[in-house]
Design a protein around this ligand. Sequence first.
Ligand code: FAD
Length: 477
Amino acid sequence: VSRRAGDGPYDIVVIGAGTAGLVTAAAAAGLGARVALVERGRMGGDCLNTGCVPSKALISSARLVARMRRAAEWGLETAEPRFSFEKVFARMRQRREKIAPHDSQERLEAAGVAVFRGTAKFVSPREIVVENRRLAAKRFVIATGGRPALPPVEGLSDVSFFTNETVFDELMSRPPRLAILGGGPIGCELGQVFARLDVKVTILQRAERLLEREDADASDVVRRALETDGVRIATGADVRRAARAGGGVRLELAGGEAIEAEALLVASGRAPNCEGLGLEEAGVAYTKKGITVDSFLRTSQRHIYAAGDVAGLGQFTHLAEQHARTIVRNILVPWPKARADRALLPWCTYTDPELARVGLSEEDARRGEIAVDVFRFELSDLDRAIVESEEKGFVKILTAKGKDRILGATIVGERAGDVIAEIVLAMQAGVGLSTISETVHAYPTFAEGNRRAADVRVRSRLTPVARRLLALRWGHS
Ligand SMILES: Cc1cc2nc3c(=O)[nH]c(=O)nc-3n(C[C@H](O)[C@H](O)[C@H](O)COP(=O)(O)OP(=O)(O)OC[C@H]3O[C@@H](n4cnc5c(N)ncnc54)[C@H](O)[C@@H]3O)c2cc1C
């Protein structure tokens, strides 16, 4: 292994050019550090190439198809949309292309980052090799992300199937039927997309409900929406065996039922990319869940950090970005250190309607025996939702029992991922629910749903005595 000019020592070597790696590298270089970034695949990682961006681009087309089918609800003639599956996919790739320059090698190099293409492997705690080159650094950031985890289904390796790594680029025409293993966010989002694009979709979910991290009432709204789009949902489905059948696949469930489809999408979990990285040589501890990190994202080697999906703390682009910012800040300003585990983590599943969450759910509260008050407002009572014919869903906000402090929120509905931002900010800033109630919201907006849920608390706070006084004030006996 040779050592050449440009091989360091660097201030920071970043492994992986997904969100976590890109943000770390660009931010550190922007602050004057000597940075190298190593990527073995496509620049941009999962989010750009095989995750958020292509899935949201397809969701956008599928949403329009669904709205066209519902045109009569807006007083228009219903016209069955005419579309080609291939063109919808081409449009998705074209949208992705439009975002790609942002994450490109050129942009990183222009920002002063040395970019190396190839697989990185630690050979010692202070050095990695990439394609026969050695790179030495004072600090490392491991941002190698994750990959689809394959479920233990007998025969799965003998049948052909898609994962998020292949479906956006290798599915070339519309399969008449698609089976999806997994009813989490990826399975639900893509299941709805494919159903709207005229594929007969069956989601096989091992748990008793879709999106099992979410409250049952929220999950139920999503389930009904998917079923309206024609998705068949089998919950409590224990898929035992997969075998080739005709040109497609046959899945056998415990209990004897079998499902056949021309295509199969496996979306039943993710695994961190820890293997082949030389973590043993580096002395970096990890488990099946990911690289072990402390609150500051340091691994068992203090000069080596882990960020994003590989750290096993959650699988979101915004979390990867927050990790990157925390690491760069802590390297630059070592005291007082910023803790990565203090930030609130909202998330959203981009089904139609969307399901957004921050903080505690009602079921979390019950499980943890945390005393809460729950304030709920149905979108079917919200003027904007009514005029938009988008009345499915609700806003649910949890506060500490008898207190103003917000502990969590679940919003299901149109643009729920955007609407929840107000609650996230309120929680982050320690602003209580009464302030949301007092805040003037533009009428008519979906965000008004937050205020209406907050108003429920204000009304519920009126004591019987206050009610009686008010009645007297109005001259009622
Ligand atoms: C279908 C799908 C939809 C999603 N939608 C959303 C969404 O809407 N919102 C959201 O917040 N999140 C979403 N996610 C999750 C999001 O994509 C990830 O959380 C995010 O990409 C994590 O970023 P990362 O930087 O940790 O890892 P990645 O983006 O996975 O990047 C890791 C990079 O490291 C490289 N690498 C790995 N090992 C090595 C090595 N040894 N040497 C060199 N390079 C290496 C990989 O090639 C990869 O490019 C979605 C994921 C999927 C699969």
